[in-house]
Ligand binder design. Sequence first.
Ligand SMILES: *Cc1c(COP(=O)(O)O)cnc(C)c1O
Length: 449
Amino acid sequence: MNSPTHQVDWVARSLASVWHPCTQMKHHEAYPLVAIHHGEGPWLIDVAGNRFLDCISSWWTNLFGHANPKINQAIIEQLKTIEHVMLAGFTHQPVIELSERLAQLTQGHLGHAFYASDGASAVEIALKMSHHFWRIQGKSEKKKFICLRNSYHGETMGALAVTDVALFKQAYGSLLQDVYVVMSPDARQAHREESSETVSQRAIKDLALCLQQNHGEIAALIIEPLVQCAGQMAMHSAAYIKEAAALCKQYDVHLIADEIAVGCGRTGSFFACEQAGIWPDFLTLSKGISAGYLPLSICLTRDSIYAAFYGDDVNQAFLHSHSYTGNPLACKAALAGLDIFKDEQILLKNVVSAQKIQEAFAWTYCDERIEHVRQQGMIFAFDVKKQSLTKPDTFSKEMFQKGIQEGVLIRPIGQTIYVMPPYILSDAEIEWMSAGIFQALNKTLNTPL
Ligand SMILES: *Cc1c(COP(=O)(O)O)cnc(C)c1O
């Protein structure tokens, strides 16, 4: 079964029939696909029996490992009653319980949950709800959005409009709505002697100016609190979020916190916004919310916003829908994940794991090839200096491949190497992750040891 021949067979069949995401398929001539057979905790095992530590939680989704017994069991139990039923006109226990528990986690500030299946759809929902809310208030001119430089909010048309990553956007620019793009508080922009707080102040000034000039036509500001993940893990201070929220209030503009990547404990608190002591008007979740098991996304909002849509007129309602909205299996996986957070005191454990990760990567702080070493909870990242890159164009693909050879799954973004692992790594696995990345980097940069 687990023979290398099998691997070749699966790869050839995949290339002949599957169009893989975010990939120039021709590159697979030089960088072979990896055919995964099964998963065990934080490990992925390919069809030839090679093991890779999943240092990026399978695109930031998997919080408690693959084939987690508790989550498996919860889904099996759910399968015995109802696998799916439409959420229009019907309801069920998993969706009710999940909505209640999420509202509790926001201390009641975001009391209603609207469901979809992927992150980009949750962003679309937040954007549409925000505009529709203002329309109901008689302010239909408020239909534009502000996003940050280097932002990423997904790749459907509305979400892509508020995304500022050229790679994803350049081919489709002419199809997208115009948005205001303001300075990112990315702390890496600090000039000599400048602190990250000063960078954040500059970014706030830029936002304030944009709001002052255009607030009459702006529905919402959308941000990724604390870390712009797809934007090379660019990190900023909680102070930025606090001040941005205050400005939004002052100018009567909604704040959308896209916590699809940073939510679910990733940055240290369950929601990243908690570190700024604010609650946004809309908060989007996906990726980790179903622990990497099933497609699920949620847009949480305030009861006051929900109430604005409540009335006799059908056109005043939020008529958005997806076929799999509130899928019971996905909600059940999410509930099992929330149980693990509570029962295993994950947020407390992560404080210790984050410290261990920093210690294991101590070498990055004094490696001359590296700059901007940074960490926010369970995200650790650093950049390889431009002058150290031997082949800048293929660096991330080479690193991926060398990582696979060293038994670590990583997926650098440009010259940024990061780890965003499941919350269940042992100390030995954290060491393995650091050692594997060090070796892969040396081989990629061709540095003799
Ligand atoms: C991944 C991501 C999205 C999009 O989610 P998909 O499920 O890939 O559509 C949106 N916003 C942020 C911050 C993300 O990291």
